[in-house]
Design a protein around this ligand. Structure first.
Ligand SMILES: Cc1cc2nc3c(=O)[nH]c(=O)nc-3n(C[C@H](O)[C@H](O)[C@H](O)COP(=O)(O)O)c2cc1C
Length: 191
């Protein structure tokens, strides 16, 4: 598949089969990730591969503690939106997926967050190409998750990617049409 086909087919999965993933697939995802461009080429990403149930459980517990606090402070309208999407503070996929890749950022690097999201994007396309799936989970309290995996000062967890074979029947979320997104020469001009 070419990039457009992969991007069109790719969708988020929040449920995973326990089927293990091949080591070479993880290597392929990481090899793709490290080719991403970054601000001043600082490559501000580090990747923590988590396979053990013990560490997955710690990451899940830290994540759920952060989510619980976040959900308690949501506005009533946002609570409805989250409920409609089937989202809740519970994160079972963090222990169900055969592997987690935790993406950690060097917070001292220029533009470190956009750079991390470029590498995460590369990873999501590699994951799709391999016939695997993920969700780019962004912990509400990344400090709690960073602490359980011993992330040093100056670095912070940005996203946790549970990776596996999808067991999620959800369809891809709708996308805006190009005509709704693109203007010619200046804002508002569609001709
Ligand atoms: C920056 C970013 C943060 C996201 N954070 C979360 C998250 O914390 N939890 C989650 O379940 N999905 C998260 N997602 C996934 C989006 O909800 C999902 O990509 C979007 O709804 C479109 O759905 P689709 O990927 O299936 O097309 C995130 C996606 C992005 C790009």
């Amino acid at each position: 598949m070419n990039i457009l086909e992969l991007a069109t087919k790719r969708k988020t999965a929040r449920k995973f089969k326990p089927t293990p993933i091949k080591d070479e697939d993880i290597e392929y995802i990481l090899e793709t990730a490290r080719q991403a461009p970054s601000g001043s080429n600082r490559q501000p990403w580090r990747f923590i591969i988590v396979r053990s149930h013990e560490m997955k459980k710690k990451i899940r517990e830290a994540s759920e503690a952060g989510e619980k606090e976040f959900y308690e402070n949501l506005s009533p309208e946002r609570k409805v939106w989250y409920k409609e999407k089937g989202l809740s503070p519970s994160k079972p996929n963090l222990t169900e997926a055969p592997i987690l890749i935790v993406v950690v950022g060097d917070t001292s690097a220029p533009n470190y967050k956009p750079s991390l999201w470029v590498t995460i994007t590369y990873m999501t396309l590699a994951i799709e190409e391999l016939g695997l799936a993920t969700v780019t989970y962004t912990p509400s309290n990344p400090v709690l998750v960073s602490d359980v995996i011993d992330v040093p000062d100056g670095f912070m967890v940005e996203s946790v990617l549970p990776i596996g074979f999808s067991d999620d029947s959800k369809t891809k979320e709708p996308r805006l049409e190009v005509s709704e997104l693109v203007f010619r020469e200046r804002w508002g001009n569609q001709s």
